[in-house]
Ligand binder design. Structure first.
Ligand code: IVH
Length: 699
């Protein structure tokens, strides 16, 4: 225990307080794990309460020191497995972010291009405040509220129906006529005054923990296992979007918002129709000025294309709609001292520098690390350890170091130089000419890369193994239990009794937690090809590319054979086929080849195949789509839609879109002024369709 523990809270210096808060966070976390997961409390309740009380008292005296991992921030969140699961009838999407005026103009430009609109044609938007709460989906059947769920991972959320019933803003039955099935999406939030009042009441009642901000208070209050507790919390609700809906409601989003009001929902009164990008920017600037005076927290504004038919045509890219964007308020900034420059090694060996900072509060969050991007940036901006620097943080993005405060540099500070060896494994670290990033060449000999790759492998969008987060992966790797991805699937076998005991004790886990992890692993022995490819963590192969590969190669056997050919013959047909896939270029092909050239990676694949069933890729498109699995090339100028829209539509129908024509092409859709691709199609005898033929085909 540190010496500061004996000092009365009122007498702590700033340094002692910071040190003490760090110690308390670690200590309380350890006790929580022992109590909740291991069912084995390490100290008496009174001793535990005293620690939490001391934590709050110190935080009350030094609010600027409240840590991100403070126990006071974790209050109220019920264990996630306490609620039933709800599969959303339509996925709950998230939004792409715009940070600058330019980003907003780009958003408008992309929409116009996608829809093939002329510069004169007006595009209406609805601009709305972006409420800082938690999103929920509300289901009504025949005018009655039947179920409410949190967003969860967007596909599946938690059933919080009973808790939602306690909200005054939630209509239990709808006024007037409404579609028989109606899903409404909105945001549960806590008004600022309610938040302060709640914290005051808690303090007065001798509660040891206060909420850090209104959003945490709202989330903690809604996710209470006991609805009676939620009922005592002042939660509010704004509604702003549709989920599944039995029959169309109006032609525009604006009309939908009016209908929401007529049924009895609360719609934010600041929502407005804007006629162009300039009006959107004016809206955000006005709202930015009014922000502090609003009774609730907002973290930006949301712009949505008003016409619903356009929204449908625009569709979505991975998890965000093309027709909406969140415009975040400008980043909040602060000045602090850069204590040290360190580096991180990522799963692909990328070495990225970051700054260790004197902790500082930016926008309500304590920041002690920030990214420095890459070594060229450090050189260009001349960051040195000991400098005072400006840092900024916007929304949920990683804090960044922006610039040096030159006037504050007094001493002669040494320049920073990158090391030419990896700090973790000692292998050569090289930075190719013209590239911004230095990489460790140690591959899987490098501990950092192995651990990062394992973390990626188990992460949500990959194998999604609950319980195998960063900390546990690190532990399981360090203790020699998991060296390569396939080891995850033999863990249970190897750790069965009597070895289970050491695993339990070292992890501070209860038997239940261990068996839960084993169950979670077992559930993932079957996996779709797209997730499998993504999980391998190949450079430049993100979710979208993994999906394209799965769509085009269909089975693991096919894909693997093709990639091995690509690796063996850089000029061969396999490579030509690969780069002919729309959106896959030579640089991605090079990275795939590099991965398959590495004998170690082949071994990893063999081991995994022995453990898993990798399911053939099935597109979510219904099997009666006439173009499922067909390879299509679009060329020339189309009349009724842009080429981007045509491609997106074809992909949504399960077709593979290629950028060049080959014997494997099924259709070439030729618009006006089609050139060499049309000629090649004719030479090869590939079916050529006009735009009209194509539309008739997919009708
Ligand atoms: S629309 C498909 N409108 O922001 C569109 N979202 O960063 C779905 N949010 O998950 C969202 N205010 O929780 C929309 N007026 C608003 C919003 C809003 C807050 C939240 C919502 C969403 C998140 C995305």
């Amino acid at each position: 225990m540190s010496i500061s523990a004996e000092i009365a809270v009122g007498e702590l210096t700033l340094e002692q307080a910071a040190e003490e808060l760090a110690r308390l966070a670690a200590e309380i976390h350890k006790l929580d794990v022992a109590y909740h997961q291991n069912d084995a409390p390490l100290v008496s309740d009174a001793a535990y309460d005293a620690l939490r009380l001391r934590n709050v008292e110190i935080e009350a005296r030094f609010p600027e020191l409240v840590r991100e991992d403070s126990p006071s921030r974790k209050v109220g969140a019920a264990p996630a497995d306490g609620f039933g699961k709800v599969r959303h009838a339509k996925p709950m999407l998230s939004l792409d972010n715009a940070f600058s005026d330019e980003d907003v103009q780009d958003f408008d430009g992309k929409i116009r291009r996608f829809l093939g609109l002329s510069a004169e044609e007006p595009v209406e938007y609805v601009a709305e405040p972006k409420i800082d709460g938690l999103s929920i989906s509300l289901r009504y059947e025949n005018g009655r509220f039947v179920q409410g769920a949190t967003r969860g991972d967007g596909v599946e959320g938690e059933d919080v129906t009973t808790n939602l019933l306690t909200l005054k803003d939630l209509p239990k039955t709808l006024q007037g006529s409404a579609p028989a099935v109606l899903e409404v999406r909105g945001e549960v939030y806590m008004a600022r005054a309610d938040f302060f009042r709640l914290n005051e009441q808690r303090a007065a009642a001798g509660e040891k923990t206060l909420f850090a901000n209104p959003r945490n208070a709202a989330a903690g209050s809604l996710r209470q296992l006991d609805p009676a507790v939620t009922a005592t919390r002042p939660l509010s609700l704004f509604c702003y979007a549709q989920g599944e809906i039995g029959e169309p409601v109006g032609d525009t989003h604006w009309e939908f918002l009016q209908r929401l009001r007529s049924w009895g929902f609360t719609v934010n009164e600041r929502s407005t129709v804007c006629n162009n990008a300039a009006e959107l920017l004016a809206f955000s600037s006005t709202l930015g000025t009014d922000r502090a005076g609003l009774p609730y927290d907002i973290d930006g504004v949301v712009y949505k294309v008003n016409r619903l038919d356009w929204q449908r045509r625009l569709g979505q890219v991975s998890r965000s709609p093309r027709w909406a964007i969140a415009h975040k308020f400008p980043a909040e900034r602060a000045v602090t001292q850069l204590l040290e420059i360190r580096t991180n090694v990522g799963r692909t060996g990328a070495i990225t520098p970051y700054a260790v900072l004197e902790p500082v509060t930016v926008g309500g969050v304590v920041v002690s690390r920030a990214t420095l991007h890459n070594e060229d940036e450090i050189k260009r901006k001349d960051f040195r350890a000991g400098d005072w620097v400006v840092i900024q943080r916007a929304g949920d993005v990683i804090p960044q170091v922006v610039e040096v405060v030159r006037e504050k540099r007094t001493a002669d500070l040494p320049e920073w130089h990158p090391k030419d060896h990896c700090e973790i494994c000692g292998s050569l670290a090289v930075k190719p000419e013209g590239e911004a990033i230095r990489r460790c060449t140690g591959g899987l000999q490098c501990e950092a890369q192995v651990v990062e790759r394992l973390i990626h492998f188990a992460s949500r969008d990959a194998f999604d193994i609950e319980g195998l987060g960063e900390k546990n992966v690190e532990f399981l790797h360090k203790s020699g239990r998991i060296k390569s991805p396939a080891d995850i699937f033999t863990l249970a076998e190897r750790e069965s009794r009597p070895q289970l005991l050491p695993l339990k004790n070292q992890m501070g886990w209860g038997e239940k937690s261990v068996s839960k992890l084993f169950d979670a692993i077992e559930m993932r022995r079957r996996i779709g090809l797209d997730r499998f490819i993504y999980a391998l963590g190949i450079r430049q192969v993100g979710q979208a590319t993994a999906r394209l590969l799965a769509l085009n190669y269909h089975t693991l056997i096919n894909w693997r054979a093709a990639m091995e050919e690509v690796a063996a013959d850089p000029e061969g047909a396999a490579r030509q086929h690969l780069v002919s896939i729309d959106q896959i270029g030579p640089s991605v092909a090079d990275d795939l080849a590099a991965f398959f050239k590495e004998p170690h990676n082949s071994a990893v694949l063999d081991e995994l195949q022995a453990q898993l069933t990798v399911e053939d890729f099935v597109s979510t498109v219904s099997a009666d789509s006439p173009v499922v699995g067909k390879t299509v090339v679009f060329t020339g100028t189309l009349v009724t839609m842009s080429r981007d829209e045509a491609k997106a539509q074809a992909q949504a129908l399960g077709a593979k879109v290629a950028g060049s024509v080959s014997a494997k092409t099924d259709y070439v859709v030729a618009g006006a002024e089609a050139g060499s691709k049309l000629k090649k199609a004719e030479e090869l005898g590939v079916t050529v369709l006009t735009e009209e033929d194509w539309k008739a085909l997919i009708q």
